[in-house]
Design a protein around this ligand. Structure first.
Ligand code: ATP
Ligand code: MG
Length: 555
């Protein structure tokens, strides 16, 4: 995450704008902000915005504020405030100074509203919601002026004070900007600046019963904090007019180096939703266990599943920043985590569908301690102890009675295979249940093959993993599939109709004994199975599958 001047990072249109601003002297430094509304947990789309805002500021040696856009107390909660702070820090970013809240500027916002009223640029409007909609017109039909538009300044000042004083009911009136009811931009048709809400706010309690709208609060928050580049998603493109209008009409903020808004395309990820509203519905309707269910595209869900901060930052970089809306291929996210874990994850063996393998020519009661590399490509990571004895578990999928062809590399009767990190074994016979399924497999081992090939030159190509039975530890494995059946769930307003009923499969098997104290959220590579990490919310030994070893989805 180092300097852009080293040329390590690909440039993007935001960096181009910043470079121009710095070279023209328009700005001397770069100040950005990440402005979440605390009405849900952060998701992978927010991660893109976090990496862009914090990452850009960092690269230009500026800073980034974390500002809660807390202007809608009805939907907000302190639980969300806390989770957002945790997620931003977990991603590896640090905000400048204290956490900021739009609500801490409510006094200042109020004064700005009074200034607009004094300038004849805002008025208190008593049209009800239906009337307001009707007066607004449509894209084809210009709006009509509200009958309250010409109330005189003095009267508007009094009415606004009364709004603040709680003298009107919720919905009875709003403060509106006086701009242009025939503007081709709907957001400029006298937008609402303040509305009445009798709610308890998580920061300001009962201090206020009027709350500013996003379009009014956001630009003012930026200007108060000296933000230079206010980066948001494309759906706010039109709202840039109201952003500029507000700042240009306030004496303190109509200055050459005032903040400007720039829009980039939001992340839409295949098989995921990045709508907080829809994510909340999944939680509220128990389609998932919680906001941090490992199937959720939330930052906390990805973390619980074993994604690393570095992999998410890498993903953000791979997808880049543009102004074109698109659906991002989920395999890009998966290859980011795979690439990271392939280099760093400790190797281990886990048997997910266990079946017992009895090595008949191995002494009863003998237990050998063997060494296995922690990472085969990185000797410096050292070795781990594994065990070997007469009975081991292998995966039932690694055995068939008759090998289907010469290329078959797993265990079959009369066929040899290497048990990973130990000996070569040859299956001889098996017991089966009444349905003919193998229950116990019997084999012999070649004692001369520990860590070396057979001396007679015979080639044994197949390698399967195993766990020694007496020391094996029981574990639960949670294997996840896509949460949604459709690659673009945004098409569905009701996501429950495209939920994948098989998004979670639970299996019970065995792991190596050294995993008994595995740390939560740190991924291991279970050889031949994939990356898994211990679940942070379960008491017993439960492993969440992070991602498979290869991209099998498109095969
Ligand atoms: P809501 O759905 O509640 O309106 P939101 O998705 O806009 O929420 P905010 O909390 O307002 O969420 O978002 C904080 C910041 O994250 C905003 O600047 C927003 O533009 C950005 N952001 C939100 N979703 C995405 C996304 N999918 N891709 C990129 N940036 C996003
Ligand atoms: Mg928003």
């Amino acid at each position: 995450m180092n300097s852009q001047s080293t040329g390590e990072k690909p440039t993007n249109f935001i960096r181009n704008i910043i470079n121009e601003d710095l070279s023209s002297g328009n700005h001397k430094s770069v100040i950005t902000r990440f402005p979440p509304e605390p009405n849900g947990y952060l998701h992978i789309g927010h991660a893109k915005s976090i990496c862009l805002n914090f990452g850009t500021a960092q690269d230009y040696e500026g800073y980034c504020n974390l500002r809660f856009d807390d202007t809608n107390p009805a939907k907000e909660d302190i639980e969300y405030v806390e989770s957002i702070k945790e997620d931003v820090q977990w991603l590896g970013f640090d905000w400048n100074g204290e956490v900021k809240y739009s609500s801490s500027y409510f006094d200042r916002f109020y004064k700005c509203a009074e200034e607009l009223i004094s300038k004849g640029l805002a008025y208190v409007c008593f049209l009800n919601a239906d009337e307001t909609r009707e007066y607004r017109g449509t894209l084809k039909i210009p709006g009509k002026n509200s009958p309250y538009r010409d109330t005189n300044i003095k009267e508007n000042k009094t009415l606004f004070k009364k709004m603040k004083g709680g003298e009107f009911k919720e919905g009875e009136c709003v403060l509106r900007a006086k701009i242009d009811m025939s503007s081709s931009f709907m957001c400029m048709r006298d937008p609402t600046l303040y509305r009445i809400r009798f709610e308890t706010h998580h920061q300001t309690n009962e201090d206020w019963c009027i709350y500013p709208m996003y379009d009014f609060a956001h630009c003012l928050g930026d200007a108060i904090e000296g933000v230079t580049h206010s980066i948001c998603t494309l759906e706010f493109q039109d709202n840039r007019r109201i952003y500029n209008w507000t700042l240009e009409n306030l004496d303190d903020f109509n200055v050459p180096n005032r903040p400007h808004q720039y829009e980039f395309s939001r992340l839409n990820l295949e098989y995921a939703t990045t709508s907080k509203r829809k994510l909340k519905l999944l939680v509220d309707n128990n389609h998932v266990a919680s906001w941090n269910d490992p199937r959720m595209p939330t930052i906390s869900g990805l973390r619980r599943r074993g994604y690393t901060p570095a992999s998410i930052r890498d993903f953000s970089e791979r997808i880049g920043v543009s102004k074109v809306n698109s659906l991002t291929d989920i395999s890009i996210l998966e290859s980011s985590i795979r690439d990271d874990l392939n280099n760093t994850a400790t190797r281990s063996m886990a048997v997910i569908n266990p079946i017992k393998l009895v090595i008949e020519n191995y002494s009863v009661g003998k237990l050998e301690t063997l060494k296995a590399p922690i990472h085969p490509q990185n000797e410096e990571m050292g070795t781990r102890e594994i065990f070997f004895s007469r009975e081991v578990y292998i995966d039932e999928e690694d055995f068939v009675e008759v090998a289907p062809n010469n290329k078959y590399k797993r265990l079959a009767i009369n066929k040899e295979v290497r048990l990973r990190n130990s000996y070569i074994v040859k299956a001889t016979h098996f017991d089966s249940d009444k349905d003919g399924n193998a229950k116990t497999i019997y084999c012999t081992y070649d004692p001369e093959t520990l860590g070396k090939n057979p001396s007679d030159g015979r080639k044994v190509k197949g390698v399967i993993h195993f766990v020694e039975a007496s020391r094996a530890i029981s574990a639960e494995f949670r294997i996840y599939d896509r949460l949604f059946l459709d690659s673009n769930p945004a098409k569905f307003d009701d996501l429950s109709s495209t939920l994948n009923p098989n998004s979670l499969e639970i299996k019970n098997g065995f792991v190596e004994p050294n995993l008994s104290n595995a740390k939560a959220e740190i991924a291991y590579q279970f050889e031949r199975e994939g990356y898994f990490c211990r679940d942070s919310e379960s008491k017993g030994l439960v492993f969440n599958k992070t991602v498979g070893l290869r991209d099998t989805w498109n095969q």
